[in-house]
Design a protein around this ligand. Structure first.
Ligand code: GLA
Length: 382
C-alpha cells in the first residue's frame, strides 16, 4: 500500500488533519538460524515487503488503531493493565509499554496500518510491525532512543506481551537493513558488518509452503530452554562459556551424560550452525556460491534432524530443490512451517519453480507461493 493510500484510509477513519507515515520491512536470513538467542551470528537482510503506518497524536491517553488488512479496530490505554484482546494490537501496546518502561513518555495516538509481509511465512511480519511503531514513536516524540534499543523494544514486546522468547535478529534487520546488503550480526557483542549481496548468475527465491503448525511459539521457547540448559551445564566445567556460541563440540561432548539427549542434539546444531555462518561469510568474499549453497543444505539437515523445527512440507521442498540441482536450499526463520530460501542459478530458476509448484500441488493439493527477494532499506519515515 502506498503512502497516499494509507493517508486516505487514515483520514476516512480519523479526520483530515495530516498524519505522519512510517514503514519498516520484514527480513530474509541467508544462514544462521536459531543462533541469535545463543549469542551467535546471524546473516539477515531487510526485504521489499513490510508494514506501513499512518500515525497522529490525538490529545488523549488512548491509542485508537485500525488494522486495514483485517478490517479490525482496537482501542486501548497505555497502562500495564490495558493489554488489548486483539492479537495484532498487543504488538502496538507492547511497543508503547516497552518505551514507557525505558523512561519515555508516550501520548495517545490514532493510527492505521497495512502490510504485505506474508503472515506466518517466516519473514517476520511481527518484527516489521514492532519496528514501524518503535521507530515512529521515537521519531515523533523525539525520544532519542538509538536503533539497537529500538530493536530491543521490539524483542521485549515479543517476550513480554506475545510470549515468544525470540532473539534480536528480526527487529535488528528491520531497523538496520540496507539496500543490496546482507548484515552479519554478532548477537553477543552486537557488532555488525554489511555485505553487498548481488550474486551474479543466481537468484534468491522463497517458496512458501503456506502451512503454519500450531504451538510454534511454545516449541520455539522450548528450543531456547534446551540451549540455555546445555550452555549452563558446559559453563560448570568451562566458566568462560556464557552462551553456546562460546562452546565447542568437544565441550558439549564432555557434558553429554549430564544433559538430556534432546538438549544435546539441539546444542550440537547451534554450535555447528555458528561455524556455518562464518564459513558462508568467507565463501561470499570469494564469490564461492557453491560453498554457500552446500552450507544452506547442511543447515536444513540440522534444522530438520537435530533441531527439529522443519516439517514434512518443508522437507519435501528441500528434496525437490536438491533433486533439481538447486545450489542451496533450506527452511528459513523459526520453522514449523513457512518458507524455504533457495539460491538458484538463473538458468534453472523457471524450471525449478514450475517443478516445485507442480510436485508440491500433486502431494499437498495446493501450490507453494513464490516470492522474489529484493534486499532493501530498513525502517524509515516516508
Ligand atoms: C524467529 C525469531 C528470531 C530467530 C529466528 C530463528 O524469527 O524471531 O529471533 O530466532 O526465529 O533464527
Amino acid at each position: 500500500m502506498t503512502k497516499e493510500e494509507v493517508i486516505k484510509i487514515f483520514s476516512e477513519k480519523f479526520g483530515n488533519e495530516a498524519p505522519e507515515v512510517y514503514a519498516s520491512p520484514g527480513r530474509i536470513n541467508l544462514i544462521g538460524e536459531h543462533t541469535d538467542y545463543n549469542g551467535s551470528f546471524v546473516f539477515p537482510g531487510a526485504i521489499d515487503k513490510g508494514m506501513i503506518a499512518a500515525i497522529r497524536f490525538n490529545g488523549t491517553d488512548k491509542v485508537r488503531a485500525y488494522a486495514i488488512d483485517l478490517n479490525e479496530s482496537a482501542e486501548f490505554g497505555l497502562n500495564e493493565e490495558n493489554l488489548p484482546e486483539e492479537g495484532w494490537a498487543k504488538y502496538l501496546f507492547g511497543v508503547c509499554r516497552e518505551i514507557i518502561k525505558r523512561g519515555g513518555t508516550v501520548k495517545g495516538f490514532d493510527t492505521v496500518f497495512s502490510g504485505d509481509v506474508p503472515l506466518g511465512a517466516g519473514m517476520s511480519s511481527s518484527a516489521a510491525l514492532e519496528s514501524t511503531y518503535a521507530f515512529a514513536l521515537n521519531d515523533m516524540l523525539d525520544l532519542g532512543i538509538d536503533k539497537f534499543e529500538l530493536a530491543r523494544i521490539g524483542q521485549s514486546t515479543e517476550h513480554n506481551y506475545v510470549g515468544v522468547k525470540c532473539g534480536i535478529m528480526d527487529q535488528f534487520a528491520s531497523l538496520f537493513g540496507k539496500k543490496g546488503n546482507l548484515i552479519r550480526l554478532d548477537t553477543k557483542s552486537m557488532e555488525y558488518a554489511y555485505f553487498p549481496f548481488n550474486p551474479e548468475g543466481y537468484k534468491l527465491a522463497l517458496l512458501d509452503t503456506v502451512v503454519k503448525h500450531e504451538l510454534a511459539s511454545s516449541a520455539y521457547n522450548k528450543r531456547r530452554e534446551s540451549c540455555e540448559h546445555a550452555a549452563k551445564t558446559i559453563a560448570k566445567h568451562h566458566p568462560e562459556v556464557e552462551f553456546l556460541r562460546d562452546a565447542t563440540i568437544e565441550m558439549l561432548d564432555e557434558v553429554k551424560n549430564e544433559i538430556p539427549e534432546e538438549d544435546y542434539i539441539r546444542a550440537k546444531y547451534v554450535i555447528e550452525e555458528t561455524q556455518r555462518v562464518l564459513d558462508v561469510c568467507d565463501a561470499l568474499e570469494e564469490g564461492d556460491y557453491e560453498t554457500v549453497g552446500r552450507k544452506m543444505y547442511e543447515t536444513h539437515h540440522g534444522m530438520s534432524k537435530l533441531y527439529e523445527v522443519s516439517c514434512e512440507e518443508l522437507d519435501f521442498l528441500n528434496d525437490v530443490a536438491r533433486e533439481h540441482g538447486v545450489t542451496g536450499s533450506r527452511v528459513m526463520g523459526g520453522g514449523f512451517g513457512g518458507c524455504t530460501i533457495n539460491l538458484v542459478k538463473d538458468e534453472l530458476y523457471d524450471s525449478f519453480i514450475n517443478d516445485a509448484k507442480a510436485q508440491f500441488k500433486a502431494k499437498y493439493g495446493h501450490e507453494p507461493k513464490v516470492y522474489d527477494v529484493v534486499i532493501s532499506d530498513g525502517a524509515r519515515k516516508l
